[in-house]
Write a new protein. Sequence first.
Lengths: 303, 242
Amino acid sequence: MDKVIEIQSLMKQFDGFSAVNGISFSVEKGEFFGLLGPNGAGKTTTIRMLYGYSPLTSGMLRIFGMDINTDCRRIKARIGVCQQENTLDPDLSVEQNLHVFAGYFSIPKKEAIERSRELLDFFALSHKKDAKVIELSGGLVRRLILARSLINRPELLILDEPTTGLDPQSRHQVWEKLEELKKFGLTVVITTHYMEEASQLCDRLVILDHGKILVDGSPESLIERHAGKHIIEIEGPDQALIEYIKRHAVEYDDLGNRLILYDPEGKGMNNTIRQQFCNEKCIYRNSTLEDVFLRLTGRELRE
Amino acid sequence: MVYKKIWKVNFLTPLLEPLFYILAFGLGFSGLIENVHYGGVDFSYTAFIAPALIATAIMWNAFFETTYGSFVRMYYQKTFDGMLATPLSLEEIIIAEISWSATKSAGAATIMLTVLGLLGFVQFPMGLLLIPLAFIGGLAFGAIGMFFTGITPTIDMFNLPIFLFITPMFLFSGTFFPVSNLPDWAQPVALAFPLYHLAELARRFSIGTSEITPIISIGYLTVFFIFFTHLALGAMRKRLIQ
């Protein structure tokens, strides 16, 4: 398979602080790739290097087989970027925003008008095409930014927290559109804080922390490997349970008055625990990516 | 290649203001001052300041556009961030901003030229040279404005270059009185002001005389533009590329 992105020992330093500290990964054509991590883990910095916004401190970054340091302009012509912040022009209408942006890619006027119409249709924005950006709700703004990032028919789409701050309806709609784009064979790199979003959309993901990659794999394999299929949460654990856990070397997290028990290797310990120690304050559930994330990056607040 | 695809911001520049100056100075002041002896010729005071008002309008338009206008686009609207995700480079964006400010200056100068021409303060066809002149002047002031945008932490801080640089220049660049009326020690200072050269050129093209050779003034403005464009690019790179 073709590699769309190849990264090796990528580093980014700001005044001696390493925001990205030697990461390596690659993304294949048609893949939906996730970059996860707590605030300050280096996600946005990585993304910014991907679209040529931040120069690399060291390492190798190739997109479409071209080096970002030497072919930045040719690379940028073939990617679409949806930044975290709203970078739309508030003075212009929805449609004009797309037209002006098309101009930055030197797309001929006629073609720009046609593509804008298609994209507004696709993102259900046609009824708002003459509205001023300033009048749009958060969900509409996000859809417009997404539409704008596709104006140059990119082969690689880079999304930096595309659904942060959206209501559940808008978020699901964005997911739906992203799923559709995925079907067209678009390669996508996404950062997000929503584990649900990552598990639903991503074929493969990495979890970053302190500028390094902690794990790499598909959402399912990561869950299986690091949390096991199921999890037991027990509130107010008694001494007997704690002794049992220690004796059988069960993997757990102690949250004070709550214990979370993992079963990554599928030892089948769950049943025993459930039968012997579970009273009413006991939850047995499927593991999620969030469990993996919290296990790997810790539970303390970051900022 | 420079992309000039910038926003069609409304053209409501403070154009009336210089016209008010003409009225105020022409009607009010000219009673106090009979004639101005300038470049070997006597002019009415209004005829003397009319070309300088075009020069100041060129300055204000370009300077405001690349200070407040560009700062809002850069800092509040994040427009530059969005543009940097396209094949555009920072250099192109900055130079396009400066060119746009110069275009705005030329537009303002054209409107003023029409009004002042109708009032008989400008000789034609030579006066038409004021339009390309406005573009050159706009580039010079747009460049220094962009440099201030590159180093100014908050939008309120633009007061500083305006009070320390623009206002004194507005008053002492041979705009309201000939620089030759200034004391000897002050004359070289005025000569260093880009507005002095712009005002001189505006007079040369509209009333046919000036204190200084036009080619020197054009050269000065061009060097000023190139110098501050380089500084602006450096400041912007430092500010935006991280």
